[in-house]
Design a protein around this ligand. Structure first.
Ligand code: HEM
Length: 503
């Protein structure tokens, strides 16, 4: 009896050592060899460490350097790169339809659950049938006729933006942080359309706390998404999030619930998103929770993105005097008065349209991939069978800046959109900043209308002169799912009508 215990301890210890040794051998030797040489994705090029482990991708994503790193990887390895043990990144134009398009019998490559979870009960993560229901109710908000009805609401905010910028810029003497002012304007517009009341940013010349929270946490949200990809971490992650952050997220939800309640109680018949969401069609209705969540999603998806596009366009114009002069000439010679610049009239300005396309190409608001996952049985992507549960994505910036897709791809040249023969081989079919397929951007028409109208009015009023402190604005930014934009300081000099006189 007395001899038995030491023997038992030793055998347990031995078992432990064997188990730990086997696990180590598996993770350090067997799994990497399998992933490198025998995995179905082994034939795709990419850095070896990325093929072996999820860690390099995670570090890249959390560092905010995805936009830069993915471009480098595609430059080095070509248009399909293996960027994880189970992940491929594409910059071939046809990949859009293949990855994002509608598939046979409505089976889609769904969104990765760690990217847009279905539990959120909103349009971005909703499973197929719920998504169709939400889209049917919301789509009419973005029809041309609905946008004409919304225009007076939107115009009032643009008027206030211009008024504030005229006051603040002091004839160009004071440098203005246009990143901030575009955000104020776009959040006020979208707040008015989503909740029936603006956030009051332009009125107060300050960011509403609701929005400030989102900006302050772009990085934390991204880190949460990246860590969610690890099954073990997914379990413990909720406990790792600081209590203060959880409380702020709850406050955010509470404020949007209160805003929806106020809008519903006001009961006004108004051409806004809430009106569309409560006007059920037969069986097609939304629950109260879905209305609240979608109002929040529309607010974030529909403001920050368009503000980013405007900030990018302003930056590129300030760095390209010839493009600025051509655009100023077009805008200032076409209209007799500022009030004539509206959603409809801006569609008739070819150079303005070319500038907006080129700004979205050079600085897409969603710079990295919006990942999808192949269904369990796998998926046919560009004619090749890709196994189930593979993450597939199109990093927009790498696609749009690829030298295989565009001539002088890394230069801002609006002329490429105006049939200039130098750019006749450009693969314009790869340019889908709003994505394609059943889950593409529902707000694309509104985004273009706002983008062109606001930029048109800015150019009517001001010449853009970049402040010295912002000359490297583009290079200094991080990106996650969205850009973590830094202030862009600009001298807004009152525009002369010289161009008008000379035409
Ligand atoms: C320049 C501005 C914009 C850009 C570049 C943009 C881009 C995109 C992209 C790439 C997607 C697809 C995301 C994915 O696949 O995960 C998307 C989805 C979406 N966007 Fe936009 N967007 C813009 C403006 C807007 C506006 C103005 C609204 C609404 C007011 C809006 C509302 C949405 C919604 C609700 C979705 C989800 C659609 C669905 O899942 O069916 N976006 N957007």
């Amino acid at each position: 009896m007395a001899n038995k215990q030491p023997f038992e301890i030793t055998s347990w210890a031995r078992l432990g050592v064997v188990f730990a040794g086997t696990t180590l051998v598996y993770f350090i030797i067997v799994l990497p060899i399998y992933r490198l040489l025998f995995h179905p994705l082994a034939k795709y090029p990419g850095p070896k460490t990325w093929a072996i482990s999820q860690i390099p991708w995670t570090l890249m994503f959390c560092s905010g350097q995805s936009h830069r790193r993915l471009l480098e990887l595609h430059d080095k390895y070509g248009s399909i790169v293996r960027i994880g043990p189970n992940e491929l990144s594409y910059t071939i134009p046809e990949a859009w339809e293949s990855i994002m398009g509608r598939r046979k019998r409505n089976v889609e490559n769904p969104k990765a659950p760690w990217y847009c979870p279905a539990e959120n009960k909103d349009i971005t993560g909703a499973p197929y049938s719920d998504h169709v229901r939400m889209r049917r109710l919301l789509a009419p908000c973005f029809a041309a006729s609905a946008m004409q009805e919304q225009q007076p609401i939107i115009k009032s905010h643009i008027n206030l933006l211009i008024e504030r910028l005229r006051e603040r810029s002091q004839n160009g003497k004071t440098a203005i942080n246009v990143t901030q002012w575009y955000n104020y304007c776009l959040f006020d517009i979208i707040g008015d359309l989503s909740f029936g009341e603006p956030f009051g940013c332009l009125q107060e010349s300050a960011m509403h706390p609701w929005i400030a929270w989102i900006f302050a946490n772009i990085r934390h949200i991204a880190i949460g998404i990246a860590l969610n990809r690890f099954p073990l971490l997914r379990v413990v992650l909720p406990w790792l999030v600081p209590k203060s952050l959880r409380k702020q997220a709850e406050d955010l939800k509470r404020v949007s619930r209160e805003k929806v309640t106020r809008r519903l109680e006001a009961g006004r018949d108004r051409p806004d998103f809430i009106q569309a969401m409560i006007s059920g069609k037969g069986d097609v209705t939304l629950t109260r929770e879905e209305i609240e969540n979608n109002a929040m999603v529309l607010t974030i998806a529909g403001s920050e993105t368009t503000a980013t596009a405007l900030t990018g366009a302003t930056y590129f114009l300030s760095k390209s005097p010839s493009a600025m002069a051509k655009l100023a000439s077009e805008v200032r010679s076409t209209f007799k008065q500022e009030a004539d610049i509206d959603f409809l009239s801006v569609t008739k300005l070819p150079y303005l349209k070319a500038v907006t396309e080129e700004a979205l190409r050079m600085y897409p608001p969603g710079p990295n991939a919006q990942p999808r996952i192949t269904p369990p049985g796998g998926s046919l992507i560009l004619g090749e069978h890709i196994p189930g549960n593979t993450v597939i994505g199109i990093p927009q910036r790498a696609m749009f800046l690829s030298e295989s897709n565009f001539t002088r791809a890394r230069e801002f040249i609006p002329e490429r959109w105006l049939n200039d023969s130098e750019f006749s081989t450009d693969r314009k079919d790869c340019f889908n900043p709003f994505s394609v397929g059943p889950r593409n951007c529902i707000g694309m028409n509104l985004a273009y209308a706002e983008f062109r109208t606001i930029l048109g009015r800015m150019v009517w009023n001001f010449d853009f002169e970049i402040a010295d402190s912002s000359r490297n604005w583009m290079e200094e930014q991080n990106s996650y799912l969205l850009w973590d934009k830094i202030p862009l300081y600009m001298h807004l000099v009152p525009g002369t009508r010289a161009e008008v006189r000379s035409t």
